[in-house]
Ligand binder design. Structure first.
Ligand code: RTP
Ligand code: MG
Length: 140
């Protein structure tokens, strides 16, 4: 059982294809309240920092290039068991392996263009919210 807050990013592929509002509708239909959202453009330095855990992975450079290729939308979400339930709502990392009806299955193309991010732990949800929002923006 996870806590009641998680964090998401609508990635550049989904934003550029105008899927953002449809994805947020799906998120809300799945029972999540959008506490705060905003549009962001990542610099290379910010993207490298956000994904620092993956530094050294063969996909790291491509991931940073992709995440800086266009605007993203970041949001803090609320629901009971938020982290686990949201990971289930978005589906597996590789959209080709994601279950029917999940966000990555519907809106993702491939593992490197998979439409959406979801935090993988309560601790990372808090880190990621602090990474993108000022304390004033997230006085929930
Ligand atoms: P995310 O962090 O974006 O929610 O995705 P995730 O937890 O499901 O996957 P993670 O292991 O954290 O990987 C972060 C992102 O890196 C890209 N990736 N590419 N084998 C590959 O080419 C590969 N593996 C991971 C994906 O875009 C993934 O979302
Ligand atoms: Mg991850």
């Amino acid at each position: 059982m996870s806590g009641n807050i998680t964090f998401t990013i609508i990635k550049p592929d989904a934003v550029s294809k105008n899927y953002t509002e449809a994805i947020f509708e799906k998120i809300e239909k799945a029972g999540f309240e959008v506490l705060k959202r905003k549009d962001v453009c990542l610099t290379k330095e910010l993207a490298e920092n956000f994904y620092e855990i993956h530094k050294g992975q063969p996909f790291f450079a491509g991931l940073v290039e992709f995440m800086t290729s266009g605007p993203i939308v970041v949001a803090a979400l609320k629901k009971g068991n938020a982290v686990e339930d949201f990971r289930a709502t978005i589906g597996k990392t590789n959209p080709l392996e994601a279950a029917e009806g999940t966000i990555r299955k519907v809106y993702g193309e491939m593992v490197s263009r998979n439409a959406i991010h979801g935090s993988d732990s309560d601790e990372n949800a808090q880190r990621e919210i602090r990474f993108f929002f000022t304390p004033e923006e997230v006085e929930f």
